[in-house]
Ligand binder design. Structure first.
Ligand code: AMP
Length: 183
């Protein structure tokens, strides 16, 4: 970055909250406004990249779709490879996959098992952790492919939904740039 990065507090002010999306009772924390702000995007990636480096990342994994934005940018900043954790049916090769529960609904994630070398230290990056289901499924898949997964980084944590605690229970340490109370 050319100038001082914006602080996590300043970045939090760039996140837009949309009530009752995609269903009633959900406060949707929308990063569109954060990534549309040049300094905001660069500062977010800067903070995440410093964390990933401190955690000894050798490769970054990000979840479709918003994890691709931050994860790929962090990987570029650190000069390392990026593993896309994809929605089903997108990868053109034999995949491994896992079904998991979302805050709203269920879903499935798949990866190319050949994307990871045995013992490679892979750090997970996503925009937000809510229940932790997406990140737990990703850690499980990456470990099945031979990765060492001990850290996950998020722009936003919703601590009331307990996702970070669930990840810590499976020995994945969680770091976040900001928290929002409530769902
Ligand atoms: P979870 O698996 O429950 O931790 O949900 C994480 C994923 O769902 C993240 O990748 C987010 O993109 C999305 N998500 C869940 N809850 C919200 C929310 N309240 N606002 C914005 N995105 C959310």
């Amino acid at each position: 970055m050319n100038s001082q990065p914006l602080s996590p507090d300043a970045l939090k002010a760039l996140v837009r909250t949309v009530p009752d999306f995609p269903q009633e009772g959900i406060q949707f924390r929308d990063i569109t406004t954060l990534i549309g702000h040049g300094e905001g995007l660069a500062s977010t990636v800067h903070h995440l990249a410093r964390l990933a480096q401190a955690k000894g990342a050798q490769k970054i994994a990000g979840m479709e779709a918003r994890g691709f934005i931050f994860g790929a940018a962090v990987a570029v900043q650190l000069g390392m490879g990026f593993v896309p954790v994809r929605k089903p049916g997108k990868l053109p090769i034999a995949t491994i996959g896992v079904d998991y529960d979302l805050e709203y609904g269920t879903d499935r994630l798949e990866i190319d098992p050949a994307a990871i070398a045995s013992g490679e230290r892979v750090v997970i990056v996503d925009d937000l952790i809510a229940t932790g289901g997406t990140a737990l499924a990703s850690a499980d898949l990456l470990r099945q492919a031979g990765a060492e997964v001990s850290d996950a980084l998020f722009v936003i944590d919703l601590p009331d939904l307990g996702g970070a605690d669930r990840l810590r229970e499976v020995s994945v340490d969680v770091s976040v740039l900001m928290q929002f109370e409530g769902e």
